[in-house]
Design a protein around this ligand. Structure first.
Ligand code: NAP
Length: 499
């Protein structure tokens, strides 16, 4: 069977992959395919359907600026509304016929002779493409790291991103292991129905007010009828978030102080018990771990049927959770809100690039991307890697934020990738990043990151156990926009592509 040939193949039909598809269409490029491993689009918004799931960024800001805004029902939309709007977008923008569901990419190989990527799926289907865009996300492989004995539990358990909607929690003894951004959203919902809920906290987090509310009918009509008002609302949220950047800096500054004060006031106004307060108050600088934005988490902890367990978990046993003090916490259900495997980026996909130009390969250069990233994942502007021509990563290494919307970062990436794809087409060549560009970029980036709050004295999913920050960007979105505004072809070796 002949393999189908496209200009661009995109891995993943989450917001990154879909946004890239929209941008290609808007530029008149129809020769692209989006390969999605699941049977539905939506990425993280498909996966995270736990009760109370919603976006921590205001709806108006959590949508593409180049698309019509949906008629959002509230300031911070809940997951079902976001997922429905993503599915509507796919239909509205004619992306359906570009998407292949149940098409899990297992391998992508650079074909030196033709200058194409050959992409293979789990079912053995193959496509060839001039460019390969990996939009695989950072937060989709559930992690259970450090939890021993899960297999011995006699009750029912699941990860927060694989919610068991078929299990009725009414009256049950439930454990939530973890208290991160996912847990604080479902804890208030579970607490309403569970007989008892134990929240196992290893590290406390800073939490600031959310101030969510439904939009009034009048506001919704106004946003629908007056695009200027919508833009004003979106811009207002964007610049407010950009102003938070100080809270992502290690040195003491007024924004970090203001956020710390806000978090303390929030805690004091919602948690009257001084002993509990101190258990909930972090000992690391604000911004070091993901800031929580929640109004209902602390009140849920105040309920008679909820307790906070700060004793370290020793292991999971048949009857429940055994803590280091020897106590067995008997449970019917354990919910693992233990986050994601965020450091490898690559998941199970095997990506094979050019043969290394130097032997042994220099840092960041290798036959497989896994090999190139053996020390740590790194990519120029989070998007390109030496030795992998015309491979573009969306939401790649060092492009996560602690202070603003990832959609805004993605939009910078779409524009950069589009320019690169067009340049490759015009030149009849593939763009391979020069190793020295990556080396210089990374040295500077890691240097800047040393002054970020992510480098503070906390553990987080942003960094490796030895402290290298692999996931987060060092500055504001505006800094990233400036860095990605132009495609400088001199950063790249042009590899002839006969395709
Ligand atoms: P997470 O932030 O990584 O939190 C995982 C939680 O599990 C932490 O409390 C962690 O404790 C705990 N944990 C992990 N392993 C443990 C162990 N062995 N023993 C005890 N506790 C353990 O994961 P998440 O809450 O799923 O959130 C991940 C990211 O997804 C967020 O940071 C955010 O970027 C995104 N997210 C966004 C939204 C939104 O916009 N609304 C909602 C949910 C998630 P430690 O803190 O001690 O590691």
């Amino acid at each position: 069977m002949d393999t189908e040939v496209y200009e661009v193949a995109i891995l993943g039909a989450g917001l990154a992959g879909l946004g890239m598809g929209m941008k290609l269409k808007m530029a008149g490029e129809e020769s692209f395919v989006i390969l999605e491993k699941e049977d539905r689009v939506g990425g993280t918004w498909r996966d995270n359907s736990y009760p109370g799931a919603s976006c921590d960024v205001q709806s108006h800001l959590y949508w593409f600026s180049f698309d019509d805004q949906p008629d959002w029902s509230r300031v911070f939309a809940l997951q079902p509304e976001i997922q429905a709007n993503i599915e509507r977008l796919v239909a509205r923008r004619g992306l359906n016929h570009h998407i292949r569901l149940n098409a899990e990419v297992t391998e992508a190989v650079w074909l030196e002779d033709s200058g194409h990527w050959l992409i293979t799926t789990l079912t053995g289907e193959q496509v060839r493409s001039r460019a390969f865009v990996a939009a695989w996300g950072q937060l989709n492989r559930p992690s259970f790291k450090g939890i021993e004995g899960r297999e011995h539990f006699d009750g029912i358990s699941w990860h927060s991103a694989r919610w068991r909607h078929d299990v009725d929690l009414t009256g049950k003894r439930v454990a939530s292991i973890g208290n991160g951004a996912s847990a604080v959203q479902f804890i208030p919902e579970v607490a309403e129905v569970a007989g008892h809920l134990s929240v196992f906290q290893r590290t406390p987090n800073y939490c600031v007010p959310r101030l969510d509310r439904p939009y009034t009918e009048e506001e919704r009509r106004m946003f629908l009828e007056d695009p200027a008002k919508l833009r004003e609302s979106r811009d207002g949220f964007y610049w407010e978030h950009e102003g938070w950047i100080g809270a992502m800096k290690l040195e003491d500054n007024p924004v970090a102080q203001e956020f710390t004060r806000l978090a303390r006031e929030h805690l004091e106004s919602q948690v009257p018990d001084p002993e509990l307060r101190e258990k909930l108050w972090p000992k690391y600088p604000i911004g070091c771990k993901r800031l929580l934005i929640a109004d209902t988490f602390y009140p849920a902890l105040m309920r008679d049927n909820v307790d906070l367990v700060t004793e370290r978990i020793d292991r999971i046993e048949a009857a429940g959770v055994r803590t280091a003090d020897g106590r067995l916490h008997e449970m019917d259900v354990i919910i693992y809100a233990t986050g994601f495997e965020t450091l490898s980026f690559i998941g199970h996909v095997e990506i094979i690039g050019r043969s290394p130009r130097s032997w042994p390969p220099r840092r960041g250069e290798g036959v497989s991307l896994r090999d190139a990233w053996r020390e740590a994942p790194e990519a120029y502007l989070g998007m390109t890697v030496s030795g992998f021509p015309n491979l573009f990563i969306l939401y790649g290494p060092n492009t996560n934020l602690g202070h603003n919307s990832i959609i805004a970062m993605l939009e910078c990436q779409f524009d950069y990738v589009l320019k690169a794809v067009q340049a490759a087409q015009q030149k009849g060549a593939a763009l391979d990043l020069k190793p020295e560009v990556l080396e210089h970029y990374n040295a500077q980036l890691q240097d800047e990151l040393r002054n970020s709050s992510f480098a503070g004295n906390c553990n987080s999913w942003y960094k490796t156990p030895d402290g290298r920050i692999t996931n987060n960007w060092s500055g504001s979105v505006e800094d990233y926009r400036a860095r990605t505004a132009d495609l400088d072809l001199s950063d790249y070796e042009l590899v002839p592509a006969t395709a």
